[in-house]
Ligand binder design. Structure first.
Ligand SMILES: [Zn+2]
Length: 77
Protein backbone atom coordinates (compact mmCIF):
# COMPACT_ATOMS: atom_id res chain seq x y z
CA UNK A 1 0.00 0.00 0.00
CA UNK A 2 2.08 2.86 -1.32
CA UNK A 3 -0.82 5.35 -1.21
CA UNK A 4 -1.42 4.77 2.52
CA UNK A 5 2.28 5.32 3.29
CA UNK A 6 2.18 8.54 1.28
CA UNK A 7 -0.83 9.79 3.23
CA UNK A 8 0.84 8.96 6.56
CA UNK A 9 4.04 10.68 5.40
CA UNK A 10 2.07 13.79 4.41
CA UNK A 11 0.30 13.79 7.76
CA UNK A 12 3.63 13.59 9.61
CA UNK A 13 5.07 16.43 7.49
CA UNK A 14 1.98 18.57 8.15
CA UNK A 15 2.25 17.89 11.88
CA UNK A 16 5.96 18.81 11.89
CA UNK A 17 5.23 22.02 9.98
CA UNK A 18 2.52 22.90 12.53
CA UNK A 19 4.86 22.18 15.45
CA UNK A 20 7.65 24.28 13.92
CA UNK A 21 5.23 27.13 13.30
CA UNK A 22 4.15 27.03 16.96
CA UNK A 23 7.77 26.83 18.12
CA UNK A 24 8.93 29.84 16.15
CA UNK A 25 5.92 32.05 16.76
CA UNK A 26 6.43 34.62 19.51
CA UNK A 27 4.81 33.34 22.71
CA UNK A 28 4.54 36.86 24.13
CA UNK A 29 2.47 37.95 21.15
CA UNK A 30 -0.42 35.75 22.25
CA UNK A 31 -0.45 37.10 25.77
CA UNK A 32 -2.22 40.32 26.64
CA UNK A 33 0.30 42.87 27.87
CA UNK A 34 -0.17 44.02 31.44
CA UNK A 35 -1.03 47.69 31.42
CA UNK A 36 -1.14 49.88 34.50
CA UNK A 37 -4.64 51.10 35.21
CA UNK A 38 -4.24 54.85 34.97
CA UNK A 39 -7.85 55.57 34.09
CA UNK A 40 -9.19 54.19 37.38
CA UNK A 41 -7.11 56.66 39.39
CA UNK A 42 -8.63 59.93 40.55
CA UNK A 43 -7.35 62.95 38.69
CA UNK A 44 -6.76 66.30 40.37
CA UNK A 45 -6.33 69.63 38.69
CA UNK A 46 -3.35 71.84 39.44
CA UNK A 47 -4.65 75.10 40.90
CA UNK A 48 -1.94 77.10 39.14
CA UNK A 49 -1.71 75.73 35.60
CA UNK A 50 -4.85 73.58 35.43
CA UNK A 51 -3.08 70.41 34.33
CA UNK A 52 -4.63 67.11 35.43
CA UNK A 53 -2.39 64.99 37.65
CA UNK A 54 -3.18 61.56 39.18
CA UNK A 55 -3.88 61.76 42.91
CA UNK A 56 -0.90 59.56 43.79
CA UNK A 57 1.62 62.03 42.35
CA UNK A 58 -0.09 65.33 43.10
CA UNK A 59 1.19 67.89 45.59
CA UNK A 60 -1.31 68.95 48.26
CA UNK A 61 -0.67 72.20 50.12
CA UNK A 62 -3.33 73.83 52.34
CA UNK A 63 -6.14 71.79 50.69
CA UNK A 64 -5.01 73.00 47.28
CA UNK A 65 -3.63 70.73 44.59
CA UNK A 66 -0.54 71.45 42.53
CA UNK A 67 1.30 69.50 39.85
CA UNK A 68 4.71 70.48 41.21
CA UNK A 69 6.40 72.41 44.01
CA UNK A 70 7.24 75.24 41.65
CA UNK A 71 3.57 75.93 40.90
CA UNK A 72 2.70 75.73 44.60
CA UNK A 73 5.36 78.34 45.37
CA UNK A 74 4.21 80.55 42.51
CA UNK A 75 0.61 80.41 43.70
CA UNK A 76 1.44 81.10 47.35
CA UNK A 77 3.33 84.27 46.63
ZN1 LIG B 1 0.86 73.19 37.62
Amino acid sequence: MILLRLIILLAIVALLMWLLKRLFSDPEQAQEPQRPQVTSENMRQCKYCGVHVPESSILRIDDQYYCCQEHADLDQT
